[in-house]
Design a protein. Structure first.
Length: 537
């Protein structure tokens, strides 16, 4: 049976099936992105921290805007070419459309890559530092982790004397990393004491491992197997004993509910003890001799004497100096500090000048003094242009919070070049990739900085973990990017595999391209909203 209105539109509506379907689909898409945009607006208005403004590179976003607008035009030309039965023109214009989608995703990938490698740090006093971390080196060569990646200078160092593993939760890659570090420092991890356990009911304890046995994954797996078997065995006995206790309690208290007699239900631990097996939940290894182990901050909660990893491995030893080392600082931001100071009734300028960064780092103090001069010039220009309010005696226009309290990488460049912040010329490459550190090294434009661990409040790359703005940025642009990829794949299918459809019935392919084009216009429309909201405001 032939399905009606696949190619030929209905006479009463002028629509064919797929066009009705695409409009229904786009209606759901409008609700999806409408929800995201609404959430963005509400979260920005109610943010309890300085919302990032104009932090994304405008030029790549602007180029992507014109790329998508151009592709929306060429997809219409491709559809028109099919209507006029001009296959070659269709191929040409559809090829341009797909190529534009590729350019869009390449630029978006470059933008994402810059964010994933850019470090942000909030100090305990709410000052914010941005830049790039250095790389750990040993004998002039970069240090690699167990995955073969270069290790950044943001590690927790512990003079480790012993390591206690949770026999159920230990993370194999971390065990291997600890073994690798021990070997590197010519240390050994050996069992601190004999490990004995009752593994069979009614039998005496047997030695699972002896003191001095070296740490290995196989040994941990053996202990884990014994523990799980013991826990399963013991759970069966405890459950049976508890069941009998409930029966006795209910018989002794007829008519009462479970919660009323729960306090009377207790297992006789002494009677049960002879039947139970030994549950070895942890095992301790000594580090001989003690060695300096390093850990990623995200993997461990550090403390002097005893630190705990996320898999419940306990690292015993002295916590050493573990600074976060910025090879390049390209921004310092006091907006959050100023906001907190205002809430406490403190002058923001006083709070900033008493911050750890200004008191301990000469480059920061010098940059702050330069920034105050720039703000003074901006204030003067605004007064000259907009005047002073006669009623309040205050200027009609004042510098923004970002201008007052944030020193960005372009400001560092302007300072190094000896020009005002609004007169610095930035290279085209830097508009896409961010500051060119190597070329500006000679002027020491972007200083080095070592931040003590006790001054670190929170640190992350420019990812969703850093703040709500980047969480929304990656969610909205990532979802939009998936739409671009999906739409481009469909249009590419019509370009490379639509010949058969065209030869059977050109109108059939034209209808499909029209539907794809409607979706592509929606993708373009979403970006027209995304660009000003995220990039310009």
């Amino acid at each position: 049976m032939e399905i009606p209105y696949v190619v030929t539109p209905r006479k009463d509506t002028g629509l064919f099936n797929s066009k009705i379907a695409i409009w229904l689909f786009l209606a759901s898409e409008v609700m999806l992105f409408g929800g995201f945009f609404s959430a963005y607006v509400f979260l920005r208005l109610g943010a309890d921290y300085p919302w990032p403004e104009r932090t994304l590179p405008v030029l790549p976003g602007l180029i992507n805007t014109f790329v998508l607008i151009g592709s929306s035009v060429t997809v219409v030309f491709a559809w028109a070419a099919l209507k006029m039965r001009e296959w070659r023109k269709f191929q040409f214009f559809m090829g341009i459309t797909v190529f534009c989608a590729l350019i869009f995703m390449i630029l978006k990938g470059v933008e994402y890559n810059v964010k994933f490698h850019h470090q942000a740090l909030r100090l305990t006093d709410y000052s914010v530092i941005e830049g790039h971390l250095g790389k750990e080196e040993e004998n002039g060569k970069p240090v690699l982790d167990h995955n073969g990646k270069e290790v950044e200078e943001n590690l927790i160092f512990i003079e480790t004397e012993k390591v206690t593993f949770n026999t159920v939760r230990f993370h194999k890659p971390w065990v291997e990393e600890i073994l690798t570090q021990a070997e590197h420092h010519q240390s050994k991890l050996v069992l601190a004491a004999d490990l004995s356990a009752v593994t069979q009911e009614g039998q005496p304890a047997e030695v699972l491992a002896k003191a001095g046995d070296p740490l290995s994954i196989e040994l941990l797996n053996k202990i884990q197997k014994s523990y799980l078997a013991a826990r399963s065995h013991n759970a069966a006995y405890r459950t049976a004993a508890l069941r009998e206790e409930w029966k006795s309690a209910k018989a002794a208290n007829p008519g009462k509910r479970g919660w009323q007699i729960a306090s009377d239900v207790n297992i006789d631990a002494d009677a049960l003890a002879p039947k139970l097996l030994t549950e070895v939940s942890t095992v301790t290894f000594a580090v001989n001799p003690p060695a300096r182990f390093d850990f990623h901050p995200r993997d461990i909660k550090e403390a002097d004497g005893q630190s705990r990893m996320r898999d419940d491995t306990v690292i015993g030893g002295k916590l050493l100096d573990s600074p976060m080392v910025f090879h390049y600082v390209d921004a310092i931001d006091f907006q959050f500090l100023a906001m907190k100071a205002v809430k406490k009734g403190i002058d923001p300028i006083v709070a900033i000048e008493n911050s750890w960064l200004i008191k301990n780092e000469a480059f920061a103090k010098e940059a702050w003094e330069w920034n105050k001069l720039q703000v003074a010039k901006i204030e003067k220009n605004l007064i000259d242009k907009y005047g002073i309010n006669k009623k309040t005696g205050k200027p009609n226009r004042e510098p923004t919070s970002k201008e007052r309290y944030r020193i960005g990488w372009k400001d560092f460049v302007a300072k190094a070049d000896g020009v005002d912040r609004d007169k610095e010329k930035i290279k085209l490459k830097e508009e896409f990739m961010g500051p060119d550190y190597s070329e500006r090294e000679s002027k020491e434009t972007f200083p080095h900085l070592s931040v003590p661990r006790d001054q670190i409040g929170f640190a992350a790359k420019f990812t969703p973990a850093w703040n709500t703005y980047y969480a929304l940025y990656f969610t909205i642009t990532g979802l939009h990017g998936l739409h671009v990829i999906g739409g481009a794949l469909v249009l590419a299918y019509y370009l490379f595999f639509g010949r058969k459809m065209y030869m059977e019935n050109p109108e059939w392919l034209a209808n499909r391209v029209e539907i794809g084009g409607l979706f592509w216009h929606f993708v373009d429309l979403v970006w027209i909203f995304v660009f000003p909201i995220l990039y310009l405001m």
